[in-house]
Design a protein around this ligand. Structure first.
Ligand SMILES: Nc1ncnc2c1ncn2[C@@H]1O[C@H](COP(=O)(O)OP(=O)(O)O)[C@@H](O)[C@H]1O
Ligand SMILES: [Mg+2]
Length: 236
């Protein structure tokens, strides 16, 4: 497959056309951003780690019945994925309260959430990704009701699978964000799953092993991402 012109450049990845309309190349850059793009830094090797991390997780999810856009790794920082019409809604599951949930509702940081909490956010940096519900999504036409329910079911299925995967490697999957898209009218998991878009804590020490290290200026960001990758067996 031949890589063609750049179609879009986001905060962390760029999307390139290919000679086949059904596929695009996702190119993972070292750019690391937080606070809706207000804080941006280059972290050496992050693109490569996230590309390989994402490939491993997407393959694991596909093997366990989750339809994903992932096709193949093509080099250290790039993968081929299905060319999807992205649904501009982020699906979040929280197993432990932290971050914006704590700020918003004043609940205790670190509180276990049983059952887990599910939230939708509109993917819109200018509006700071406001929380929305199923009515907003349907009324404003961001997705059809049937697809919204599929996104929710798949997001919970991912929780069951990944909570266990990380628990077996001594980590707590605190929360995560997923994006979905449509390919031939069907819902597939898109974008990426990496420590950029989830929170992972060491089960024993509760050390943060995700992008909160960058947000909070804790240092050792890439070392933490590599540690998570090593623990779950991602070939780096
Ligand atoms: N399979 C796909 N087909 C088309 N676009 C995709 C696919 N997967 C992810 N994208 C989009 O690629 C863009 C680039 O990623 P990213 O840098 O994370 O951008 P953003 O700053 O918008 O979050 C995102 O807008 C994401 O929705
Ligand atoms: Mg993104």
């Amino acid at each position: 497959m031949e890589k063609k012109q750049e179609l879009y450049s986001g905060k962390a990845k760029s999307v390139f056309a290919t000679d086949n309309d059904d596929f695009v190349v996702l190119s993972f850059r070292d750019d690391t951003s937080a606070f809706d793009g207000e804080k941006v830094e280059q972290l050496s090797r992050k693109g490569e780690i996230n590309n390989k991390f994402n490939a491993f997780i997407m393959q694991y999810l596909a093997d366990n019945g989750v339809p994903t856009h992932f096709e193949s790794l093509i080099n250290d920082t790039e993968s081929v994925v299905k060319n999807m019409a992205m649904i501009p809604v982020e699906c979040v599951v929280r197993n432990v309260a932290t971050g914006s949930l704590v700020r918003r509702l004043g609940v205790e940081d670190g509180m276990e959430l049983n059952p887990p909490v599910f939230e939708f956010f509109l993917k819109n940096d200018a509006l700071h990704d406001p929380m929305v519900n199923e009515f907003h999504i349907e009324t404003f036409g961001w997705a059809k009701a049937g697809d919204v329910s599929k996104m929710k079911d798949l997001t919970f299925k991912v929780n069951t699978l990944l909570k266990q995967l990380f628990a077996d490697a001594g980590m707590v999957l605190v929360d995560y964000k997923l994006e979905f898209g449509l390919f031939n009218g069907e819902v597939y998991l898109g974008d990426e799953f990496s420590p950029d878009g989830c929170r992972l804590w060491d089960a024993q020490t509760r050390k943060k092993l995700d992008k909160d290290r960058f947000r909070q200026g804790l240092g050792g960001v890439i070392e933490a991402y590599e540690e998570v990758a090593r623990r779950i067996g991602v070939p780096l």
